[in-house]
Design a protein around this ligand. Structure first.
Ligand code: NAP
Ligand code: F7E
Length: 326
């Protein structure tokens, strides 16, 4: 019998890559879909799997829909990827962010606890929970948390409530503390995709500038396709445990700009990039740099795609997509 996986956030970047991986591993894949007028299946279509996954109507804030999904499917594995995932907007919609990212996770865990407690549960935790906290410049599973945005605070609640369900009720519930991971499917408001799409537009003559905020921020950027493999491995262990997933490399937004512009033959990006205060955050996270030694040792997981290859992959994908439309 095929294993059943339920993925919340199936239409997002990670939802699409994870679904592809699970289909390759012969799972029946179901996703919770929000009702909206302009539904977008772009990510699932881009990976060519839209017609291979199944959808259940629902919303992380609506417990009835979660009960329906868990009761109907009785999934072996549940991946909770749904979230208001944009840090920058979380100061503008802090209550929604808390209701979806924090209380939504509790609703899903609670539903599993009462209806189908043997399901294995994965929570999409984040390096944003560390804020500016580090140990000699690095973050590990042991680094203290100090969240700096409504997004990160809501995610920290979800992180602890996941651990609490494991410790209180013996559930197989784990958190992956994932550092930034990107791809050609990345939402267009995130800095990497904003840059690669902007660079492609400038190169093709249909754009003139990119407006950005803090160019000195440092991130440990990996490839989403590698990171979903780690999520799956976390649910295949004998004992439930949390893991940090990162590349171990950190780079500034400026370095991302250097590589992206250089890749299309523009050596100096200064004439094209404007710093715009509207993209500065009330409190930013300045530097993230993860050490994923525990994942390497226990999950046998290591990133395959590194920074330069990631930047080139994203620029090439945006060039190809935009050129097709011209
Ligand atoms: P994403 O592309 O923004 O996708 C978010 C998904 O959540 C979308 O499918 C969205 O559906 C869904 N969603 C939002 N609100 C919902 C609600 N109320 N009910 C049900 N579904 C809802 O995010 P991602 O980059 O794939 O990230 C996946 C998860 O990992 C998120 O929880 C994110 O916070 C976390 N995370 C991401 C990173 C990263 O670098 N990418 C790092 C650490 C953690 P619609 O299509 O309907 O909008
Ligand atoms: O910002 C700076 C910005 O929005 C990265 C989410 O997936 O990863 C993501 O959150 C850095 C920040 O990602 C612009 O200030 C400069 O320092 O691409 P981002 P994020 O905030 O790190 C974590 C791990 C998650 O969990 C989240 O869900 O880049 N930056 N100028 C800018 N950022 C944006 N978005 N736009 C700019 O114009």
């Amino acid at each position: 019998m095929k294993k059943i996986a339920l993925v919340t956030g199936i239409t997002g970047q990670d939802g699409a890559y994870l679904s592809k991986l699970l289909l390759e591993k012969d799972y029946d894949v179901y996703g919770i879909m929000r009702r909206t007028i302009n539904r977008s299946f772009e990510n699932l279509e881009t990976l060519g799997i839209y017609d291979q996954v199944n959808f259940i109507d629902g919303d992380l804030t609506d417990e009835c829909s979660l009960i329906n999904a868990i009761k109907t499917l009785r999934p072996h594995e549940v991946y909770n990827l749904a979230a208001q995932s944009f840090v920058g907007v979380s100061w503008d919609v802090p209550i929604l962010t808390a209701e979806v990212n924090a209380i939504g996770t509790l609703k899903l865990l609670n539903t599993i606890r009462y209806i189908h407690p043997t399901a294995r549960f994965y929570q999409a935790s984040t390096s944003e929970m560390f804020g500016n906290s580090h140990e000699n410049g690095l973050q590990t599973e042991e680094t203290p948390f100090h969240p700096r945005s409504p997004y990160a605070i809501a995610k920290l609640y979800a992180h602890w409530i996941t651990i609490n369900h494991r410790e209180s009720f013996g559930m197989y519930a784990v958190s992956g503390i994932l550092f930034n991971h990107e791809s050609p499917l990345r939402g267009r408001e995130f800095v990497t995709r904003k840059i690669t799409e902007g660079v492609a537009r400038i190169k093709l003559g249909i754009g003139t500038e990119i407006r950005l905020g803090n160019l000195d921020a440092k991130r440990d950027w990996g490839f989403a396709g590698d990171y979903v493999e780690a999520m799956w491995r976390m649910l295949q262990q004998a004992e439930p445990e949390d893991f940090l997933i990162s590349t171990g490399e950190t780079h500034t937004v400026r370095e991302f700009l250097d590589l992206a512009f250089a890749h299309v033959g523009i050596p100096d990006w200064n004439p094209y990039v404007k710093v715009d205060p509207q993209f500065m955050r009330p409190a930013d996270v300045f530097a993230l740099h993860g050490h994923s030694g525990k994942a390497k040792e226990k999950l046998g997981w290591e990133p395959k795609v590194h920074f330069e290859e990631l930047v080139k992959m994203m620029v090439d994908a945006d060039m190809k997509r935009l050129a097709k439309k011209m």
